[in-house]
Design a protein around this ligand. Sequence first.
Ligand code: PMV
Ligand code: MG
Length: 335
Amino acid sequence: MKTKYQVQTGGKLYLAGEYAVLTPGYGAVIQFIPIYLSATIQEATAYQLASDLFGYQVDLTPNKDYALIQETIQLMEEWLKDQGISPKPFDLHLRGTLGEEGKKYGIGSSGSVVLLVIKAMAALYELDLHPDLLFRLAAVVLVQRGDNGSMGDLACIAYEDLIYYQSFDRAWLHEVLTSQPLSQVLDLDWDYQIRLIQPAISYDFLVGWTKEPAISSDLIRQVKGAINEVFLKESQSAVKILEKGLREGNQKEIETSIKRADKNLKSLNPLIYTPALKELQEATEGLSVCAKSSGAGGGDCGIALSFDPVETQTLIERWKEKNIEVIYQERMGDS
Ligand code: PMV
Ligand code: MG
């Protein structure tokens, strides 16, 4: 009996810096969400790929549904060969959907799937890959596919932590990938920043789900043109104060930075705040809790930070009245 390996990957949500983080040099603060996808992998005589998302299995013959998984496998096999390892066929089964009843939460499913496949293949070859290498390999897959995101999801899900993230120039990476071998590209200085943040203050972190699905890539296409210098500067200032406030345990700085990020996003494009996301944010009225849309907006989730357990309950009740479901809650900074 061949050894069966199991791996998992979680999700992420933006606290601040969304859209601005698409521009290299501008950052975001991103929270890891421990809601997991899992995968099992085992050596086999032929490739067999199965995902809970689709009701059928495939091999490596190009398939539209499985393209993301197949392209990740292809990249990993190229990387393995560079390491002097000959690829072998396997049986890979992906489980979980980062959502419920066929509805996604919008906490990073495609990025999580790419990292899941990379981790599964690393497990099969008993290789322990550093989060930074996981991030780079996954970023190569997404950049080669023409993904228009900042890769902040990959950074957060690879490091499984609360992070400050600043992107590299994706057009540059796309370009060097056409002219240099993979192993060489992986060794280059990509000029991104990933810093772990350990909050020095306790608070409740809440995720409110609007139950409306949004497609980040579509929103990016529609909103991108509105990103200007004023928006970028304001976002970066809010993000920097948020990072500082978290590290130093300064509640006032955390609150004001989330409020500034919220206002800045509202002014960027009306598509971001759907009526449900507006309600999610306005439910903080009269409380010291701060809340905002998270990520691309247009649906999916919003986040809230509460420094008072009584206010946390009030917010949860207010959200419930508005049909906003708390899908995740964590007491932060208590370690
Ligand atoms: O909606 P999400 O969680 O996929 O976040 C998108 C965040 C953007 O800044 C709008 C895009 C990106 O990839 O950074
Ligand atoms: Mg989203």
